[in-house]
Write a protein that binds this ligand. Structure first.
Ligand code: C2E
Ligand code: CA
Ligand code: CA
Length: 812
């Protein structure tokens, strides 16, 4: 139903009110009036009649009807009621006895005519008669009187109508118009038209309140609108910016997807999503990849089906990681072996990214599955390459390190063995690198043959090999491993070497000698070093014990003490005379280093100095001192020769010739008064260089002796090439030469050969007369040893020379 305006409603109401009033006025009022009047009239008539009945009774009794007429005329002067007539009704018969006004002819009146009268019959009785008196009034009279009554009513009703009209006008002007205006304003406000003046003229308080409320509403709306507009502007800006960002992101995403697609189609990868509610994987990828992964094109696989296909070895860890990934949202990156075809497993990399939706853990997880099989195979190959030594096929340092850590982790006990090939550098230098390689390969073969497979063999560099043995072996087992190795490598005759290869082996154990690689290695190295030192030349084996460390420390302390001694001039040269039986005199002396006041054996001092360039400074001191001694000799000893010991290091790293020339000229002593003693090792190491140095020494007149002959590798033949002057027969062959036939025969052979080669022989360490005699018989005419003299300081030497210049005497 369409809403109707308040005015129309008001109009309808007022109209209905007016119509109703008029209807009332026109219909109801007259009826009601008449009815009222009649009732009034009737009661009036009745009261009149009852009052009349007495009069009527009286008049009738008196037969004085004139009286009645008088009464009647009196009444009609005061009321509308007139007595129409008096009927006597006696015994059912009625007779009009009087008529007022007379001549109406009541008896003759028709029924219709009678209707013009309003009549009331009233009973009466007299002493003689009874009857009814008819009281009435002509209807016209009555109506006249009614009309008289109606006029004020009409007036009243008209007044009412006017009041209605006034109400309407007042309402419509005072309330409805402002209300309508308000409604219009409100409707305009509602439609957003806020730019208007609100001016509702009224003196109505409520409407005023309404008006001011409307003003307030408009102002509020304006403010809200302004605020909204600025908000809207902001929102628009934000939306615009976001849209831009979104578009960029979208473009990037598209690109990523394209790239991902490209990657996917070229790398045997699948993207998976995991529906946590259904415990189901969905795989996406190229069809060829899907089949590679053993999946059909459907590619919806329940979790339990996937797990069934995971290799039993990696299943537990996968379940653990995947659960953590789903529940805790931890990173998922796990290599798994999946059965792609029955009985065949391939390696895959499973990665996963949980996607948080809202604050909840994701319902959906995403990830990739990448075929790593080929890569793993390649990595395996690379691993092998990275962990093995190309030349020998053993492991390398990397593998050695890993094996050590693995052993520490797993067994917590083990042994590290370090082995190196003695004089490998010499072999390399003299026989060439090919031979050197052959020796390394041969030794590696021996290692592989003799060392149980469970242990790791690695070449650590150069000729050094390391073996990780775990769990630890007892000392006896280690010793037997060493023996087998030693014999095995010594027996190799295919290497083109005159002298059998020998090795030095050091072993240290963990946890006894340390738990970290560096410490245990250091221990094994110390042991190996010890083995080398203890048995120069041959194979040797040594187990680390803490004392060795102490010794190592002592050696470094010793080195610094030697340095101090050198600096403070605490070192001296002592001299041991060498007897010549052909000349019957001491023609030469050997200069030997001494450190008075220090108990360290001089051999140890020399060995320690040889571990660093310290030996060069010691060597220079020796040459300098020797020349000073020669310069200081009295003239009668002008032909005495001094023989000095030269270490291999010194020979190669110092310009020996230059040094000798320097001190010879400084002291004005001819270099030909000097003799140098070098060991076989010196010239084996670099024969080319050695030969040229020797030639230069010869050129300035320096003689050369081979010291400790018979303990090294050299053959007499090689000595011949080197143009050597003297050979010093090692003390080992001299001692017991009179009792030991083997020593005797060796010396005998040496004498023969040296004669043939034109090299002189000097016997060392002659302690007894018997030795001296045997040597003499063998024609070793030059001899040195305690039998003749012990090494002595320079001042004693002079005295000795004077005293013994012409006859050899047994020294004290
Ligand atoms: P070497 O060159 O073989 O020196 C001979 C060693 O034998 C000396 O020991 C000497 O005292 C000792 N000796 C001499 N006659 C006898 C004997 O009848 N019986 C015994 N048992 N020993 C005897 P020293 O002085 O202790 O020297 C040991 C080694 O130290 C030397 O052996 C030499 O290789 C080295 N050495 C000594 N002084 C020097 C030096 O100034 N420079 C270099 N580079 N090495 C030196
Ligand atoms: Ca010597
Ligand atoms: Ca010697």
């Amino acid at each position: 139903m369409a809403p109707r305006s308040i005015v129309s409603k008001l109009g309808v109401s007022v109209t209905l009110g007016a119509v109703f009033t008029i209807a009332l006025l026109l219909v109801v009022v007259p009826i009601q009036q008449r009815k009222l009047l009649r009732e009034n009239l009737i009661s009036e008539l009745e009261s009149i009649a009852s009052a009349l009945s007495i009069s009527v009774q009286f008049a009738i009794e008196q037969e004085n009807l004139g009286l009645l007429a008088q009464v009647n005329s009196f009444m009609s002067g005061n009321s509308d009621v007139t007595i129409a007539g008096i009927y006597l009704i006696e015994g059912g018969a009625s007779s009009l006895i009087a008529e007022f006004p007379p001549n109406v002819g009541l008896d003759n009146l028709s029924k219709d005519q009678l209707a013009d009268y309003l009549l009331v019959s009233l009973p009466f009785s007299t002493s003689t008669t009874s009857g009814r008196v008819l009281v009435g009034s002509a209807r016209a009279n009555l109506e006249e009187s009614v009309r008289r009554v109606q006029i004020p009513l009409y007036v009243a009703f008209a007044g009412l109508a006017i009041v209605f009209g006034l109400i309407f006008v007042s309402l419509s002007r005072g309330v409805v118009t402002p209300m309508m205006a308000s409604a219009r304003i409100a409707s305009r406000l509602g439609s957003g038209d806020l730019d208007m003046d609100i001016d509702i003229r009224t003196d109505n308080r409520e409407v005023q309140v309404l008006s001011s409320s409307l003003v307030e509403l408009r102002d509020n709306l304006s403010a809200a609108k302004a605020e909204n507009e600025s908000l809207l502007k902001n929102l628009e800006d934000t939306v615009e910016a976001r849209t831009g960002e979104l578009n960029t992101a979208l473009a990037e995403l598209k690109e990523s997807f394209q790239r991902l697609g490209a990657v996917l189609s070229s790398t045997n990868s699948l993207i998976w999503s995991f529906d946590r509610i259904r415990d189901e994987f969905h795989f996406t990828g190229a069809t060829s990849d899907l089949s590679l992964f053993g999946l059909d094109s459907q590619a919806n696989v329940a979790l339990k089906n996937i797990l069934q296909r995971v290799h039993p070895e990696s299943r537990d860890i996968l379940i653990e990681r995947f659960t953590a990934f789903l529940i805790e949202g931890s990173e998922l990156e796990q290599h798994v072996q999946l059965e792609t075809t029955p009985g065949q497993y391939r390696w895959f990399l499973l990665t996963g990214v949980p996607i948080p939706i809202g604050t909840d853990r994701s319902e959906l997880a995403l990830g990739s599955l990448v075929d790593m099989d080929e890569r793993f195979r390649q990595e395996q190959r690379i691993w092998e390459m990275a962990h093995s030594d190309e030349l020998t096929g053993t492991g390398n340092r990397t593998q050695f390190t890993q094996a050590f850590h693995e052993a520490v982790r797993r067994e917590k006990s083990g042994t590290l063995m370090l082995v190196d090939i003695n004089d490998f550098k010499l072999i390399n230098d003299t026989k060439g690198h090919l031979t050197g390689d052959k020796v390394l390969i041969a030794f590696a073969e021996e290692l592989k043959l003799r060392i149980p497979r469970a242990y790791t063999i690695a070449r650590l560099g150069g000729d050094e090999f390391g073996i990780v043995i775990s769990p630890a072996l007892d000392d006896e087992s280690l010793a037997s491993v060493f023996k087998e190795l030693q014999h095995g490598i010594a027996k190799r005759s295919d290497l083109g070497l005159e002298v059998p290869v020998s090795i030095s082996l050091g072993a240290a154990s963990f946890p006894e000698n340390g738990m970290d690689l560096e410490t245990v290695m250091q221990a094994a190295d110390t042991a190996m070093y010890q083995a080398k030192r203890e048995k120069l030349g041959g194979s040797a084996f040594s187990l680390f014990h803490p004392g060795m460390d102490a010794e190592r420390l002592t050696r470094s302390a010793l080195r610094s003490r030697i340095e101090t001694a050198l600096h403070n001039n605490e070192l001296e040269l002592w001299y041991q005379p060498i007897w010549s039986s052909t000349q019957q005199g001491f023609l030469s002396v050997e200069a030997l280093l001494r450190w008075p006041g220090d108990a360290t054996p001089i051999q140890t001092v020399i060995d320690t100095a040889e571990e660093s360039e310290l030996i060069l400074r010691v060597g220079e001191f020796v040459i300098e001192s020797a020349f000073q001694m020669l310069a200081a000799l009295p003239s009668y000893a002008n032909d005495l020769l001094v023989s000095v010991n030269i270490s291999p290091v010194q020979f190669h790293y110092q310009d020996l010739v230059e040094l000798i020339e320097k001190y010879s000229s400084l002291n004005r002593v001819d270099p030909s008064r000097l003799l140098i003693e070098i060991t076989e090792r010196t010239f084996i190491e670099n024969s080319e260089l050695a030969q040229s140095i020797l030639r230069r020494l010869k050129a300035i007149g320096v003689q050369v002796a081979i010291d400790d002959f018979g303990t090294g590798y050299s053959s007499l033949n090689s000595l011949h090439q080197l143009d050597i002057d003297w050979i010093k027969i090692d003390r080992a062959f001299v001692t017991d030469i009179n009792t030991d036939t083997q020593s005797y025969q060796i010396v005998n052979a040496l004498v023969k050969m040296s004669e043939a080669l034109g090299i002189g022989l000097i016997a060392e360490g002659v302690e007894t007369q018997a030795e001296r005699e045997v040597l003499e018989r063998l024609d070793v005419t030059r001899q040195q040893g305690y039998l003749f003299a012990r090494p002595m300081p320079v001042n004693k030497l002079l005295a000795f020379m004077v005293e013994k210049s012409h006859s050899p005497t047994v020294a004290v």
